[in-house]
Ligand binder design. Structure first.
Ligand SMILES: [Zn+2]
Length: 59
């Protein structure tokens, strides 16, 4: 079962997703994709913080 948390912990609305998952994945495909996209955004923001060495190239 997908163990992706939904709702606020400590309230009655809180529950886990509960959908079926792939054997080697902790979440269902939808939430695996969401987790992956979150990672990509973090990497992207880190990449934008890097200095741009190749920008200044006038001959
Ligand atoms: Zn899920």
């Amino acid at each position: 079962m997908c163990s992706w948390p939904e709702g606020d912990p400590g309230t009655e609305a809180f529950r886990f997703c509960g959908k079926s998952v792939a054997p080697d994945k902790p979440y269902c495909p939808e939430h695996c994709d969401r987790a992956y996209n979150t990672t990509v955004k973090k990497r992207k923001s880190a990449w934008f913080q890097l200095p741009r060495f190749t920008k200044h190239s006038d001959f």
